[in-house]
Design a protein around this ligand. Structure first.
Ligand SMILES: Cc1cc2nc3c(=O)[nH]c(=O)nc-3n(C[C@H](O)[C@H](O)[C@H](O)COP(=O)(O)O)c2cc1C
Length: 155
């Protein structure tokens, strides 16, 4: 199966570290069984030049918000806007097949809120979440979730 495409942003390195862990897990699985897909990840930064995505992809987005409490007052996305703008450009959003959020549960109702917002905005399911750099179990679970959805989209 074709490698799983992931587009992500990472401000402080947690998401980057998780994608690395996920990619290593995928490589291990692929070595045992070549039907298990590898990961093809692309990091978006403020310097990324807009480019239309032609193939299906998943989005991994950490949460950075200011203001509001996530329940009854507004909040504003900060730091990760380059990713949302990249996906919104051209027809790329149509290729988005799932959003994975990360954050810190200390933020309570605002936990992973950016991913939930992206899921609505880009009309794609919110498929998983993990905290900070994630764990080995998170990588295993999220890899399985991605594989299932990837297979159904590529069927
Ligand atoms: C200024 C700031 C605001 C944050 N706001 C939220 C938030 O509203 N909800 C949440 O779940 N996590 C929040 N976090 C936690 C980050 O999403 C978490 O640390 C994440 O792993 C960062 O990913 P990165 O290192 O790839 O940038 C915030 C962190 C910072 C530094």
């Amino acid at each position: 199966m074709a490698p799983i495409n992931i587009i992500y942003i990472s401000i402080e390195g947690n998401t980057r570290a998780f994608i690395k862990r996920l990619s290593a897990f995928a490589e291990q699985q692929h070595a045992f069984d070549s039907d298990k897909p590898l990961i093809n990840a692309k990091e978006i930064t403020d310097q990324t030049i807009p480019e239309e995505e032609k193939a299906p992809f998943f989005v991994f987005v950490p949460t950075y918000l200011t203001g509001g409490n996530g329940i009854d007052s507004g909040f504003t996305e900060i730091m990760t806007n380059a990713l949302g703008e990249y996906i919104a450009d051209g027809n790329s959003a149509r290729k988005c097949i799932g959003v994975v959020g990360s954050g810190n549960r200390n933020f309570n109702e605002q936990y992973c809120l950016t991913a939930r917002k992206y899921a609505k905005q880009f009309n794609a399911p919110f498929i998983a979440d993990y905290e900070l750099r994630g764990t080995a179990r998170d990588a295993e679970h999220i890899y399985a979730t991605l594989c299932q959805r990837w297979a159904s989209v590529n069927a």
